[in-house]
Write a protein that binds this ligand. Structure first.
Ligand code: ZN
Length: 291
């Protein structure tokens, strides 16, 4: 289970959301068989999606983060709901590089910087909201911070971390985001800047046994932060046979009949959870009939 905690400063001017996504990113790794660097890239993006999903307001709201910087990992997509449950898919789970110059997994290297980070919010309106910014460094956290500064004009601090064990399982994963709530309180900015300087990396704090509650309150130190709420989130895919049928139907009548003729059984695999759905040629012909 992933853990999400939200804390608010006493005057309501700053919100901090901290999450432990160790179990979630372990599941991501299990489903996709990711390399260490790909786990870090997809894990950081998924952790950001957990946090940003948890900051949405209404049941049914959905958030998609998509990044492609021309690197070897290709496109990475993370989709979360308003409770922070998340699923992720990536073009190349085996993308890997040697450690970078500071001895860290080279996330920016496999993501690349020639491309965009897209944020898609489906708030149940006619059209989803789409914000897009050029990638800053492909390390994800700074890209998310930049998105908020440019697209939403919300001063935001974002830290994300994934620590991979020698057997490629995920030792620790988590993140936090601190956002200023308008009207901006200038003194809150000073406190938060000091707090960030004092805080170690997310994975170090989790390694030391700090809970998401403690991390959230550390982010708001000096501002009398109080825990607003906390809950659990999981790696969760909402695919189903019905949804898969809709995707197949979208291929069009001609394409479906072609598939039906080519193979006695067509297998469709969900990119997010690897679940397989099989359709016989009779079933495909039946689907084609109803388009
Ligand atoms: Zn699925």
């Amino acid at each position: 289970m992933g853990k999400i905690v939200r804390a608010l400063s006493a005057d309501g001017s700053a919100l901090c959301c901290a999450v432990d996504t160790t179990d979630i990113v372990n599941e991501l790794h299990r489903v996709h068989g990711t390399s260490a660097t790909a786990s870090a890239a997809a894990g950081r993006l998924s952790t950001a999606a957990v946090i940003m999903g948890a900051m949405m307001k209404n049941e049914g709201d959905r958030l998609t983060l998509r990044i492609n910087g021309g690197g070897s990992i290709g496109t990475v997509t993370a989709v979360s709901d308003y409770r922070g449950n998340v699923k992720c898919c990536l073009d190349n789970p085996y993308a890997d590089l040697p450690l970078n110059s500071i001895g860290k997994l080279d996330v920016g290297g496999i993501v690349g910087t020639d491309g965009y980070l897209a944020v898609i919010k489906d708030l149940g309106l006619k059209e989803p909201y789409i914000g897009q910014i050029p990638i800053v460094n492909g390390e994800i956290a700074l890209d998310i911070t930049q998105y908020y500064a440019v697209s939403e004009q919300i001063p935001t601090v974002c830290a994300l971390g994934v620590l991979v064990d020698t057997d490629l399982t995920i030792k620790r994963s988590g993140g936090y985001m601190i956002q200023l709530v308008p009207p901006v309180n200038e003194s809150a900015i000073d406190f938060i800047e000091e707090n960030i300087k004092d805080m170690q990396s997310v994975t170090s704090m989790l390694e030391q046994g700090l809970t998401p509650e403690e991390i959230a309150l550390k982010g708001l130190k000096g501002l009398d932060g109080e825990i607003l709420d906390s809950w659990e989130a999981v790696y969760y895919c909402d695919c189903s046979r019905e949804r898969t049928e809709r995707v197949l139907a979208a291929l069009g009548k001609k394409e479906l009949l072609k598939l039906a003729q080519e193979d006695p059984v067509t297998e469709v695999c969900c990119h997010f959870c690897d679940k397989k759905y099989t359709f016989t040629s009779d079933e495909l012909s039946e689907l084609a009939k109803n388009i």
